[in-house]
Write a protein that binds this ligand. Structure first.
Ligand code: HEC
Ligand code: HEC
Ligand code: HEC
Ligand code: HEC
Ligand code: HEC
Length: 178
């Protein structure tokens, strides 16, 4: 690159503007990365999927809605206490859990996956159609912190719908936008 001193004012302004633009983009990307990391870390109790999967507890035992409703559902404190009244009772995270139980307070879990309100989604029909949790949520059984690893945008939904026998019907806009 040429020495800056040899440049006209116009050229210096252009370079200055380009540098400022790059800095802004870098800052914006960092902010997005930081905000996503925060979302993952701010669960009120450090719930670990991997520990529970390793102990042989099935997804549907906790997310009972998947076969009977649009919503998967998050287990109640009562359900957790069914095991944790006896398991790992001296762990600080389980003491936190027991605190919610004593106060009869629900745990305010931070939502990980959320579609815009104009998208209709239903777990029941996908589980009945033989789609596995992993196709949309990744390998949750090996996650310490549940994170959205699949970008569930419209193209993602349509790609799989296009592979189905009734693809034409499943690609109709009103299927997902009612
Ligand atoms: C012992 C109960 C339990 C089991 C078993 C369990 N989960 Fe969960 N799951 C939870 C709880 C509690 C949360 C909310 C806290 C969190 O996001 O980590 C959750 C959150 C999730 C989320 C994120 C929900 C959101 O906010 O979008 C997904 C996806 C998920 N679980 C999938 C699975 C899958 C797949 C399996 C089986 C491999 C599974 N879970 C097994 C209790 C369980
Ligand atoms: C079916 C039984 C069962 C249910 C229901 C269950 N857990 Fe667990 N949980 C376990 C087992 C088994 C372990 C492993 C304990 C160990 O390794 O000492 C465990 C471990 C944990 C740990 C780690 C404890 C430590 O070692 O620090 C946390 C935190 C936890 N569970 C939270 C929850 C929460 C929150 C719920 C409800 C959403 C829940 N569990 C529901 C069986 C269960
Ligand atoms: C075809 C894709 C797909 C499959 C398969 C799927 N999910 Fe989901 N899941 C989603 C989408 C999309 C959302 C967000 C829904 C919304 O915001 O309305 C979601 C949200 C969730 C949530 C949080 C909200 C809720 O409904 O309670 C949990 C928990 C969850 N899924 C668990 C599971 C489990 C467990 C399985 C397997 C038994 C599974 N999902 C299979 C796409 C899927
Ligand atoms: C891996 C494959 C797969 C993916 C990914 C997928 N779907 Fe589906 N979808 C299916 C199958 C299979 C059916 C059931 C078809 C049937 O019953 O004929 C279905 C049916 C549906 C239906 C109609 C059934 C009902 O309950 O009304 C809706 C709505 C739907 N999907 C929405 C979505 C949305 C939104 C997404 C993306 C977030 C998505 N799907 C992603 C495979 C998929
Ligand atoms: C299988 C489900 C599905 C079908 C079918 C579908 N969409 Fe979507 N659509 C989605 C999802 C999921 C999103 C949200 C995407 C995101 O958050 O990235 C979306 C978003 C959109 C948006 C907002 C896009 C944006 O950038 O903000 C428009 C507009 C839209 N869809 C139009 C349509 C039209 C028109 C059709 C029919 C030709 C259609 N969609 C069919 C799932 C679907």
């Amino acid at each position: 690159m040429r020495n800056l001193a040899g440049l006209s004012l116009r050229q210096r302004l252009l370079i200055g503007g380009a540098v400022a633009g790059v800095v802004l983009v870098v800052v914006a990307v960092l902010l997005i990365v930081i905000s996503q990391t925060d979302a993952a870390d701010e669960q009120p109790i450090a719930f670990d999927h991997k520990v529970h999967a390793t102990n042989g507890i099935q997804c549907q035992f906790c997310h009972v809605g998947v076969t009977q409703s649009p919503v998967a559902g998050i287990p109640s404190v009562e359900k957790c206490m069914g095991c944790h009244e006896h398991i790992a009772t001296t762990s600080p995270e389980i003491e936190k859990l027991a605190g919610y139980w004593d106060r009869q307070e629900p745990v305010e879990w931070v939502r990980v996956n959320r579609q815009p309100s104009y998208v209709y989604f239903n777990h029941q029909s996908h589980i009945a159609g033989g789609v596995t949790c992993g196709a949309c949520h990744g390998d949750v059984a090996n996650m310490t912190v549940a994170e959205p690893v699949v970008n569930m945008n419209m193209g993602f939904c349509l790609d799989c719908h296009s592979e189905q026998e009734n693809a034409e019907a499943l690609r109709d806009c009103v299927v997902c936008h009612r």
